[in-house]
Design a protein around this ligand. Structure first.
Ligand SMILES: [Zn+2]
Length: 271
């Protein structure tokens, strides 16, 4: 099995076995189950930019915090605009997006080597990438939708690990979280051509039926990571599609845009 479901109180979330081996970190990818939001946001909507009542979203973050044994002010959230920008997070950022305002925007990835800071990116079909360097004690998380993949946020993250934290790419453990599978990521030729213009090799990760093309973002991210020096054995794809499993996940495509958002969370534990 490529993944497992942890039940902690009433919350269900997915974790990755390759990261679960390390007791010194916590990570999870939430499902839509266990929160208080209603309608298309039912129920654990963690999207700060959705039309859901913000109080409900904050209560959902509180439920998540309680369930994983942290405070609301331990979260630090991204401000996602489909860039490849990554913020180096420190303790002064604690609570940003949840208990205090964010003083940044256009941040699609977060990285830190400080303990008890729960880095959060949000997703509803876009690829979540979890990163951990056990040698240097550094964690990161990225929002790599099709634009983030095209702009190579995975490569940017490995660059930050190696340049800012002296990591070796070969030590970094990566997990690819729930998001669109290849057959659910249908695009027109404009998007297909953007990928092919970026790298002809990407042809290996797509097929076409008539006018439509289908791109495997999981494999493109994996390919990019391996090119950066990450070991193939250190990359795990949870292999779960959000659109194929709408009972468990919000899906932008599956719910035609009106949907809540899940969270990818990673943290160095306090002990
Ligand atoms: Zn699918």
């Amino acid at each position: 099995m490529a993944y497992e479901i942890n039940k902690n109180g009433k919350l269900e979330y997915f974790t990755s076995p390759n990261l679960n081996k390390f007791d010194e970190i916590f990570h999870c990818f939430t499902t839509r189950l266990g929160g208080i939001s209603q309608g298309p946001y039912e129920s654990l909507n963690l999207g700060l930019g959705t039309d859901d009542d913000l109080q409900n979203v904050m209560q959902n973050y509180h439920i998540l915090a309680q369930s994983i044994g942290i405070e609301d002010g331990d979260f630090v959230t991204s401000f996602q605009t489909h860039t490849n920008n990554i913020r180096i997070v420190s303790s002064i950022d604690k609570g940003k997006g949840i208990t205090i305002k964010r003083d940044y925007r256009d941040v699609d990835g977060l990285i830190t080597n400080e303990k008890k800071i729960a880095l959060v990116t949000t997703h509803a079909d876009c690829v979540p990438l979890f990163f951990y360097d056990p040698k240097n004690g550094v964690v990161g998380v990225a929002h790599s939708g099709w634009k983030g993949t095209l702009y190579e946020i995975a490569r940017e993250m490995i660059y930050k690990f190696t340049y800012n934290f002296k990591s070796n790419a070969g030590d970094i453990i990566v997990s690819i979280g729930p998001s669109l599978c290849q057959s659910c990521f249908e695009v027109d030729e404009d998007v297909r051509d953007l990928f092919l213009n970026e790298n002809q090799e990407y042809k290996k990760f797509m097929y076409s039926i008539g006018e439509k093309s289908y791109i495997d973002l999981w494999s493109i991210n994996e390919y990019m990571l391996i090119k950066c020096g990450v070991k193939k054995d250190n990359i795990e794809n949870m292999n779960i599609c959000t659109k194929c499993n709408t009972e468990k996940f919000f899906s932008h495509r599956g719910q035609k845009g009106k949907r809540g958002t899940m969270a990818a969370v990673i943290m160095l534990n306090a002990y």
